[in-house]
Design a protein around this ligand. Structure first.
Ligand code: BGC
Length: 749
């Protein structure tokens, strides 16, 4: 037996981790359970305190230095795991590729795209020395006031699961030991998007049945796709903080799903059990209960680092769980090949420079941006015709704002330092103004004015936004001059207004009570409309807003979300008709904030569909909707066999036709309505979808498959079961009832 058997790659990962564990002191084991901020004194953390994971390190030189210390100057030479918030690309790293926000990506309805985004992200992460990403985000937002809606893949569990599983595959690649694979850590486990009032990390009152039916399935998909880690959410569900919930972390995650990776808390999650949640009397109890419930790694856990070894000696921490958690971390490091690869995955600045935002990766960002754009209205003003326009006005606060363009999680640790200079060179980002100017070239004159900010009124900004995470400079309103912007519109043949929210108004801890356009933007739009010029509105906003005026008065509306580094070019291409708009909504937009929730997954109440006396309850823009420059029709769905057992797969065929003048693509959607079930459930649940591209006049029969097992409900006894009976399968090009045609399926026992 060699003296360091954990270095013997002929042994299994389990054997190697076991051999290492057997040599470790309690302090060394506890160090492996701690994930610390890379901006601290990391040399001390690694050399003296044996820290196992560092997060959000933005320096290749520092990664190299830390790994040298870990390998050469610590007793057992255990390498450090580097984690990063690579939420839409390796966007926290200076100069990396920044993809559209997850919500924008989801509008592609293309899981293959998410897999590619994951691959690019992993390549860039590994080139800079990172091994673990705190992504994908699998939260299902229930209230649009929540600041983190943009990080989600929308409102549908099937789509979230499809995108999440694809992202895990892309990030983790063929094998974790491949040089360009990273560990995916889906988050935030679980039901983080369900907090009451959309208050970030607030209480979620969701019963177990609904957790199992709605919030947990995407996580199960990610676990089945092999994710190596999972991040436990901040909040409490039905009074039980996720970090001390043995049902969630043990019964569901480990025993029902067989998860084998490590779980980790979110930031200071265990400490908060004492300081904020007040469910534990002291910190030793908090860490003990979190370990007992199933937390393995603790993010930002200075107290555990300092006092953990003492607590351990006094029997205050469960020794067997400390061993198990430590073993899981070691196994992750071994699986990644951190001990083996000749280069030990050490990053290299020259190599990284060739990988970060390479031409190939920029191309992927451009394709992703194109795929996520959703045309919501067009009275014929689009596509723009170069020959018929002499002068264009590109107006509004987000027309030339690289920060809004890139979105959240793109500007360094919590965007806290707000040093927007070096992170992403301005030349890496194409804003809408850049894109339109490039398209217009010398043929069309382009005028620009930002008009106003996308910040709430000043007193609201200071009171309602926690300044903690937002530098004051970002809150300082810029000069606003609505009249000057309107004057440019009046001098032009057409006005393009790029409006929405801005980074200080969304993200973690940045919930809003009002989802109208922040600041003076509504007034700006009204003044532009009053000029009588055609008005095209580009919504560059993180999430759905309440914009009935825009829907009524703009001539065209294009939704971009936060479209990433190449977004401005993609937007110009769509406005100009160089490419077809092809995105479809993955979230419903309410007509009024008070009609929330407007998701397509409405459960009929005692009085039937939701009603309000004063506002139409249906969405202004519905899940699944999106226009193109051509039109499509969708025929009656036909079932290959109308009577099936629960083990069979229903095959539905539906004819789709391109009835307009241009080639284009649309997404055929299939929903199920379970006519009788033992519990209440949504009247429409998405079960299958397929994109189809058609030439003008072309028709095609599209085949959609629904395994009858996916028609299961979660019963009152918390078991998943397909209850025999009749189901209507509803096919169409959006979730609106009027757009759907149905066929009846009978499922036998
Ligand atoms: C967020 C996580 C993030 C972590 C590390 C937390 O505040 O909730 O999503 O991964 O910080 O940056």
């Amino acid at each position: 037996m060699p003296s360091s058997p954990w270095l013997d790659s002929s042994l299994s990962v389990r054997e190697r981790a076991g051999a290492l564990l057997a040599r470790m002191t309690p302090a060394e084991k506890i160090g492996q359970l701690c994930q610390m901020d890379a901006r601290l004194d990391v040399e001390h953390l690694v050399r003296e305190l044996h820290v196992g994971t560092l997060c959000n390190c933005q320096s290749i030189a520092l990664v190299r230095r830390v790994q040298e210390i870990a390998a050469g100057e610590t007793r057992l030479g255990i390498p450090v795991l580097f984690g990063m918030d690579a939420v839409h690309g390796h966007a926290f790293f200076p100069g990396a590729t920044v993809f559209p926000s997850p919500l924008a990506l989801s509008s592609s309805w293309d899981p293959g795209l998410l897999e590619e985004v994951g691959r690019v992200t992993a390549r860039e992460m590994t080139a800079t020395g990172s091994h673990l990403t705190f992504a994908p985000v699998l939260d299902l937002p229930w209230d649009l006031r929540w600041g983190r809606v943009d990080e989600s893949f929308g409102e549908d569990p099937l789509l979230i699961g499809d995108f999440g599983a694809a992202a895990v595959r892309g990030l983790q690649g063929g094998r974790l030991s491949d040089a360009d694979s990273v560990i995916a850590c889906p988050k935030h486990f679980a039901a983080y998007g369900a907090s009451a009032g959309g208050r970030d990390a607030g209480e979620a009152d969701v019963g177990r049945r609904r957790m199992l039916a709605e919030f947990l399935p995407p996580f199960e998909r990610a676990v089945r796709a092999g994710c190596g880690a999972i991040m436990i959410a901040y909040h409490a569900v039905d009074g039980v903080p996720c970090a001390t919930n043995p049902w969630l972390l043990g019964d569901v995650l480990r025993r029902a799903w067989g998860f084998r990776g490590f779980s980790q808390t979110d930031w200071e999650n265990a400490d908060a059990l004492v300081d904020l949640r007040r469910t534990c009397a002291d910190h030793a109890e908090a860490y003990r209960r979190a370990l007992e419930a199933g937390c393995d790694v603790f993010c930002s856990a200075a107290r555990l680092l300092e006092h953990g070894p003492g607590w351990y000696e006094r029997g205050l921490l469960p020794a067997a769980r400390v061993d198990e958690a430590c073993r899981r971390v070691l196994e992750a490091k071994l699986a990644l090949g951190l001990f083996d690869r000749p280069d030990k995955r050490l990053p290299d600045a020259a190599r990284a420079a060739g990988v970060l935002a390479s031409a190939e990766h920029r191309d992927a960002a451009l394709r992703a941006a194109r795929a996520g754009l959703v045309l919501l209205k067009n009275d014929g003003v689009l596509p723009l015709a170069r020959g018929r326009l002499r002068r264009l006005a590109v107006l509004g606060p987000n027309a030339d704002d690289p920060v809004s363009q890139l979105g959240d999680w793109s500007w360094g640790m919590q965007q806290g330092d707000w040093d927007l200079g070096p992170d992403h060179p301005r030349s890496n980002v194409a804003t809408v103004l850049d894109g339109i100017r490039a398209w217009a070239a010398d043929a069309v004159e382009v005028l620009h004015h930002r008009g106003c900010d996308a910040l709430p009124a000043r007193h609201l900004a200071m009171a309602q936004i926690r300044v903690m995470q937002i530098p004051r400079a970002a809150l300082r309103p810029g000069p606003s001059d609505l009249a000057a912007a309107a004057a440019l519109a009046a001098r032009s043949d057409l006005a393009i207004a790029v409006v929405g929210d801005s980074l200080p108004t969304f993200g973690e801890q940045r919930d809003r009570a009002d989802l109208g356009l922040p600041g003076e933007q509504q007034r700006l739009l009204e003044m532009l409309k009053a000029t009588g010029r055609p008005l095209v509105v580009v919504l560059l906003c993180s999430k759905p807003h309440v914009v009935p005026w825009i829907a009524e008065h703009a001539n065209a509306v294009l939704l971009a979300h936060n479209p990433g580094m190449a977004g401005g070019r993609a937007i110009a291409e769509v406005l100009a008709g160089e490419i077809e708009p092809s995105g479809r909504l993955t979230m419903s937009w309410p007509r009024h904030l008070g009609t929330q929730p407007v998701t397509h997954r409405q459960v009929p109440g005692w009085h039937g569909a939701p009603t309000y006396l004063d506002v139409a309850p249906d969405p202004l823009f519905a899940f699944g909707e999106g226009l193109g420059y051509t039109t499509f029709s969708c025929g009656e769905p036909k079932l290959e066999r109308a009577r099936l057992s629960s083990a069979d797969t229903a095959v539905v065929e539906v004819e789709v036709a391109n009835t307009g003048p241009r080639p284009g693509s649309t997404v055929v959607q299939l929903y199920a309505d379970d006519l009788v079930a033992s519990v209440t459930r949504p009247a429409r649940e998405l079960k299958a979808y397929r994109r189809v591209a058609l030439a003008p006049g072309e028709r095609r029969t599209v085949r959609l498959e629904v395994p009858c097992g996916t028609l299961a409900i979660v019963g009152a006894d918390l078991n998943r079961v397909v209850e025999p009976g009749d189901f209507d399968l509803l096919a169409g090009l959006s979730s609106r009832p009027a757009d759907l045609k149905s066929v009846r399926l009978t499922v036998t026992a």
